[in-house]
Design a protein around this ligand. Structure first.
Ligand SMILES: Cc1cc2nc3c(=O)[nH]c(=O)nc-3n(C[C@H](O)[C@H](O)[C@H](O)COP(=O)(O)OP(=O)(O)OC[C@H]3O[C@@H](n4cnc5c(N)ncnc54)[C@H](O)[C@@H]3O)c2cc1C
Length: 453
C-alpha cells in the first residue's frame, strides 16, 4: 500500500461529489461505526459517495494506490466487513434515490437505501417487493446475499425480483447486469454477495401490497417446546402468502423475561389471511397477540426496536435438516441459559415461491423448503462480551447434530474457509470461482463472504 500524500488526497476529494473523510474529520467517528457495536475498525479513508461517478473515482483511486477496499451499504452485516482497518471504505449509504414506475410496476433504487426508505417510496404507489424484516437493514448487502423477508413465500427472495443492477467493476468500469446485458454477472450477484463489484443501483419488480395481516403472538417461556412443535405442524400447510417465524426471545419491555413467540405476516386477501393465521392465534394460552391489519411499511418496522444500532452482536446460523423434537428441546434448553439479555434463537420457515427456484438458477443455492436456525446473540454491556460470545458458540455447537449442509451467507459472522464457502454457496462454488476469475481476478473485493479466484 502506498500512503497517499496530502496533495493526492486533495486531488481525490476534488474528483468526488461526496465527502472524503479522514480520521481527523469530526464526522469520521460516526462514519466508521456500523450496526454491530462489536466492530471497532479504523479505516484510513471513508469515501462517502453521492453517485456512480464517485464510486468509479474511489475504486480507481484504491487500485492506483494499492489500498484495501471495503464496501458499505446499510452497514448491517454483523461481520463488520463493510469497514476495513487502514483501508478505504467505499460508502454508498448516501445514495438514496428511488424512481418507481407504477405502470410497469418496477423501481430503480440506489444502493444506499435501507428497506424502510425503499418501502416508503414504493408504498406511495401501493407497491412492494421482498425485503428484510427489519427496516434499518440495507437494500444492497441483503439483496446481493439473497434476501428473505415478509413476502418471500409469495414473491420469492429479493434476488428473485431483481431485474437488473448497475455494477462498478474492479477496474472502475460501469456494467449493467441483467439477463440480456451480462447474464454471467447477473447470475453471480444474485447470491454471490459483494464479490463481483460495487452495486450502485438495483431495478426490482414490484407487486401490489398495501396492507398485510401480521404481528406477534407471544407465549410464556414454559410453553416454548409445545409452541415450537405446534409451529412445525402449522407451517407444514402454510399458503405462499403467509410467512411464519418462531423463536425464543426476551420480552421487548426490557425486563429480561424470556418468552416464546410466533411472528406472523399474510399478504393475501383479508378473508384468506384471517383464516390462515387463525390456528396460530388460537393455539395455547398466549400472553400477547398483536396481530392486526397494517400497512406493509408498518410490519417492516415492527421488529426494529429489538435490534438497536450499536448493540453488541454475535450471530451464528445454519439450515436445519429438520425441525425435530430433539432440535426443539435443544433450542429451549440452550436459551434457558443465555447470559445475553436481548438474544433470541429464531426459526425461519422457508417455503413457497422462494423454494420453487432451481438451486443453480442463481448463485443462491438454498431452495429446499425447511427451516433456518439463527442464534442471534445481542447485548449492550461490554463487560459480559466473553460470556455472551461463549454462549453463542456453545449453542451453535450444541445444535450441530440438527443442522443440514447449507448456511445463509448474510447471517455469517467473521467466518471463512473452504467449509464455510461450501456451506454458503453449495453446488454453485465452481461457477462462482470461474466468474470471480473473470470479473475480479485479483480479489479486490475480498471483504465479504469471499470466493477466492
Ligand atoms: C437486525 C438485522 C436484521 C436482518 N434481517 C434480515 C432479513 O430479514 N433478511 C435477510 O435476508 N437478511 C437479514 N439480515 C442480514 C442482512 O441481509 C445482512 O447483514 C446484509 O449484509 C446487510 O446488508 P447491508 O447493506 O445493510 O450491510 P453492509 O454491512 O453495509 O454490507 C454487507 C456486505 O455486503 C457487501 N455490500 C454492501 N453494499 C454493497 C454494494 N453496494 N455493492 C457491493 N457489495 C456491497 C459488502 O461485501 C459488505 O461487506 C439482517 C441483519 C441484521 C443485523
Amino acid at each position: 500500500m502506498n500512503k497517499p500524500s496530502p496533495e493526492v488526497l486533495e486531488s481525490f476529494q476534488s474528483r468526488l461529489l461526496g465527502t472524503l473523510l479522514r480520521p481527523s474529520d469530526p464526522a469520521y467517528e460516526l462514519a466508521r461505526r456500523v450496526h454491530n457495536g462489536m466492530i471497532d475498525k479504523r479505516p484510513a479513508l471513508i469515501a462517502r459517495c453521492q453517485g456512480t461517478s464517485d464510486v468509479v473515482q474511489a475504486i480507481r483511486f484504491a487500485r492506483e494506490h494499492d489500498i484495501p477496499v471495503s464496501v458499505r451499504g446499510g452497514g448491517h452485516n454483523v461481520s463488520g466487513r463493510a469497514v476495513v482497518d487502514g483501508g478505504l471504505v467505499i460508502d454508498v449509504a448516501g445514495m438514496k434515490g428511488a424512481h418507481v414506475d407504477p405502470e410497469v410496476r418496477t423501481v430503480r433504487a440506489q444502493a444506499g437505501l435501507t428497506w424502510g426508505e425503499f418501502n416508503r417510496e414504493t408504498g406511495v404507489f401501493g407497491l412492494a417487493t421482498t425485503g428484510g424484516v427489519v427496516s434499518t437493514t440495507g437494500v444492497a448487502g441483503l439483496t446481493l446475499g439473497g434476501g428473505l423477508g415478509w413476502l418471500f413465500g409469495r414473491y420469492g427472495l429479493a434476488i428473485d425480483n431483481l431485474l437488473s443492477a448497475e455494477i462498478v467493476d474492479a477496474e472502475g468500469r460501469v456494467r449493467t447486469a441483467s439477463d440480456e446485458a451480462d447474464p454471467d454477472l447477473f447470475w453471480a450477484i444474485r447470491g454471490g454477495g459483494g464479490n463481483f463489484g460495487i452495486a450502485t443501483s438495483f431495478e426490482f419488480r414490484l407487486h401490489p401490497v398495501k396492507t398485510v395481516l401480521g404481528g406477534i403472538v407471544a407465549h410464556p417461556f414454559d410453553a416454548a417446546g409445545e409452541m415450537l412443535r405446534f409451529y412445525r405442524e402449522f407451517t407444514a400447510e402454510l399458503p405462499d402468502e403467509a410467512t411464519a417465524f418462531a423463536g425464543v426471545l426476551h420480552a421487548p419491555d426490557g425486563s429480561g423475561t424470556k418468552i416464546a413467540a410466533l411472528v406472523l405476516c399474510h399478504c393475501g386477501p383479508e378473508s384468506e389471511a384471517e383464516a390462515a393465521l387463525k390456528p396460530a392465534r388460537e393455539f395455547g394460552s398466549p400472553i400477547m397477540d398483536t396481530v392486526d391489519r397494517m400497512p406493509y411499511e408498518t410490519i417492516n418496522g415492527m421488529l426494529d426496536g429489538g435490534f438497536p444500532r450499536g448493540a453488541l452482536n454475535h450471530w451464528k446460523s445454519s439450515f436445519l435438516s429438520e425441525l425435530s423434537d430433539d432440535a426443539i428441546e435443544m433450542v429451549v434448553e440452550r436459551f434457558a441459559e443465555t447470559p445475553a439479555p436481548m438474544s433470541s434463537i429464531l426459526i425461519e420457515h422457508f417455503h413457497g415461491a422462494a423454494t420453487r427456484v432451481d438451486p443453480t438458477a442463481t448463485a443462491f443455492p438454498h431452495r429446499t423448503p425447511g427451516y433456518n436456525c439463527a442464534v442471534i446473540t445481542q447485548w449492550l454491556d461490554s463487560s459480559i462480551n466473553q460470556a455472551c460470545i461463549q454462549w453463542s458458540r456453545a449453542t451453535y455447537a450444541a445444535m450441530q447434530p440438527f443442522f443440514g449442509q447449507g448456511r445463509y451467507s448474510n447471517y455469517m459472522g467473521d467466518e471463512e474457509g473452504d467449509e464455510v464457502t461450501a456451506a454458503a454457496y453449495g453446488p454453485n462454488v465452481p461457477r462462482l470461482v470461474e466468474l470471480k476469475r473473470k470479473y475480479d481476478p485479483t480479489n479486490v473485493f475480498r471483504l465479504n463472504q469471499n470466493i477466492a479466484p
